[in-house]
Design a protein around this ligand. Structure first.
Ligand code: ATP
Length: 240
């Protein structure tokens, strides 16, 4: 049974760390089935936004909803609404096997072993490199393979909205292509995606629309074509 994705709607979001304001007046939407990129340099606030959407950080003001509110400080409720976060830096359990790391992502569906086996098959089909590595310690894999495990673990929660925090960080161009190809397939299967990236080339190549985040504020938004042709994006993120 498929349930239609709701939109992700963020209104006037403000997040603080003590006296420091990390996000302010932030408005952002991901429509059902869209792939939206969030471009921003180090410290722009991308991870803060994702942690907030995953229920790990409470906002000082504003709202974020995905069918229901995401900002009441209950991460398990965000997961149950269909939101999964693949965090920056992967945060795998390095001593556990690849397969155990993947299965941890299925915790919300722990009573549905049939569904979990089917989802595990889909993840292995998406990342065939992981099949042979299944029994190996996750920490023994290459950076690219570890990123595949991190994305796969998020997918094991069977999200309808996938939040990806800098999945290309530190990866070789060929591996970025592989990981982004998989993300594109996931999106084409109907999963909405919000993708935070500094690698604007790779992200804009697969996104429908995007936002530029600077010092906690959205300074630009538009279609992929508009952003690719914008002089500020070209000089800050595309290096041209
Ligand atoms: P990066 O890719 O470097 O992680 P980012 O765009 O994800 O960058 P955030 O990690 O969200 O940015 O950080 C936004 C701002 O909030 C930065 O100035 C950062 O120093 C600050 N910040 C992040 N976490 C905390 C925290 N726990 N306490 C205080 N300040 C924080």
């Amino acid at each position: 049974m498929t349930r239609p994705n709701p939109p992700l709607e963020i209104h006037n979001l403000e997040v603080r760390y003590g006296a420091y304001t990390a996000l302010q007046h932030l408005n952002l939407t991901v429509n059902p089935g869209e792939m939206v990129v969030l471009l921003g340099a180090n410290g722009a606030g991308k991870s803060t936004l994702f942690r907030t959407l995953a229920g790990l950080q409470r906002p000082a003001n504003g709202t974020a909803s995905y069918g229901q509110s995401l900002t009441n400080g209950k991460p398990e409720q965000c997961v149950s609404l269909g939101v999964a976060l693949c965090p920056e830096g992967r945060l795998l359990f390095p001593a556990l096997s690849v397969e155990k790391n993947l299965r941890l992502g299925a915790y919300p569906h722990r009573r549905d072993s049939v569904g979990n086996e089917a989802q595990l098959k889909r993840v292995y089909a998406l990342f065939p490199d992981l099949v042979k590595k299944a029994p190996d310690a996750a920490g023994s894999l290459s950076g690219g393979q570890q990123q595949m495990v991190a994305v796969g673990r998020a997918l094991m929660a069977r999200p309808t909205l996938l939040l990806l925090d800098e999945p290309s960080l530190g990866l070789a161009p060929l591996v970025v292509e592989q990981v982004f190809g998989a993300i594109e397939q996931v999106n084409q299967s109907g999963v909405s995606v919000l993708l935070a990236e500094q690698n604007a080339y790779a992200a804009l190549a697969i996104a429908d629309r995007g936002y530029v985040l600077e010092s906690g504020q959205v300074t630009l938004e538009g279609s992929r074509a508009m952003l690719m042709n914008d002089d500020r994006v070209r000089s800050a993120y595309l290096g041209v």
